[in-house]
Design a protein around this ligand. Structure first.
Ligand code: NAD
Length: 295
């Protein structure tokens, strides 16, 4: 397959590597030169413009920060929708608001182009290992067309429903992740204050009913879990800014359907406050610093 890939940041460039490994011809574009160079190191060809990426692509994949970037990249006058050839399949893997996902897919459909929202779970480690979970919104037939390409980057490909449903599922997931990372941080901060050894506490909780994915994979205490950002000074990983964004999106989504999310709302407030104090680029597990600083 000839694939155009736009947005080769923390997640995008390892995804490019796996697409290349699976035998696809990938051309990449990022507005940041350093990100583009990472994509080239991963085996992609570097394009000097977005248009160049889209021109010959059978499939365009995007991995961008937020809804406004997705709307610009797809919707502007020289955007993906206006410049893609007929029959090009569009897959947005970014985590964005449900409304933007639906609006962009509708614009694509008006030009006769198929589009999926396919946000991912599994983080940078999952992107590197090709074990991401894709939560896919759009038609089931279009998903079958996309499946071989998604399987080059992920292990679980789940059809969530119509356009925007992938994003809805992702926001539910990340709301739980934010809440459970705060819970993990609270338990380990309290445990240490109560005189427990963190390794002992981990050995107990990781095999007990309090265990969760955040604890198992991203423990905010260094030296215990190999994949944790706490081992490398909380270098992201999944940045605080991204988690705060997702939690705010989850609150917007909750309000739009009158869902009560008291813990989701508290998690959004804590991450936003941590982000606003200059910690936006740290890994989201660094929230333990905010918890530990509170008395
Ligand atoms: P990132 O900031 O590292 O990468 C995004 C890239 O998009 C950047 O390199 C940026 O330069 C590029 N970009 C922005 N606007 C552009 C434009 N107009 N044209 C070309 N390039 C443009 O972010 P990331 O961590 O890779 O995350 C990407 C998406 O994946 C986000 O929506 C995030 O919420 C989601 N996500 C991230 C993780 C994670 O662990 N990092 C996990 C799951 C989902």
């Amino acid at each position: 397959m000839t694939i155009g890939f736009i947005g080769t940041g923390n997640m995008g460039y390892p995804m490019v590597r796996n697409l290349v490994k699976a035998g696809n011809k990938v051309t990449a574009f990022d507005r940041l030169q350093s990100a583009l160079q990472s994509a080239a190191a991963a085996g992609g060809a570097m394009a000097s413009s977005q248009k160049e990426v889209v021109m010959d692509a059978e499939i365009v994949i995007t991995m961008l920060p937020a809804g406004q970037h997705v709307r610009t990249v797809y919707g502007s006058d020289d955007g993906v929708i206006a410049t893609a050839s007929n029959g090009t399949l569009l897959i947005d893997c970014s985590t964005i608001d449900v409304e933007s996902a639906r609006a962009v897919a509708k614009e694509a459909a008006a030009r006769g182009l198929d589009m999926l929202d396919a946000p991912v779970s599994g983080g940078v480690a999952g992107a590197e290992a090709g074990t991401l979970t894709f939560m896919v919104g759009g038609s089931a037939e279009v998903l079958e067309r996309a499946r071989p390409v998604l399987e080059a980057m992920g292990k679980n490909i789940v059809h969530a429903g119509d356009s925007g449903s992938g994003q809805a599922a992702k926001l539910c997931n990340n709301m739980m992740l934010g809440i459970s990372m705060i819970g993990t941080s609270e338990a380990f901060t309290m445990g240490q204050k109560l005189g427990l050894n963190p390794q002992t506490l981990f050995d107990i909780i990781s095999t007990a009913s309090g265990s969760c994915w955040a604890l198992q994979n991203h423990l905010p205490i260094p030296g215990i879990v190999e994949t944790a950002a706490s081992n490398r000074g909380f270098r992201a990983g999944f940045a605080v800014a991204m988690m705060a964004k997702d939690l705010r999106l989850a609150q917007l989504a909750a309000k739009s359907v009158d869902a009560s999310t008291p813990l989701g709302s508290t998690a959004a407030a804590l991450y936003t406050s941590f982000e606003d104090s200059g910690n936006q680029d740290l890994d989201y597990s660094a929230i333990i610093k905010l918890i530990a600083a509170q008395t």
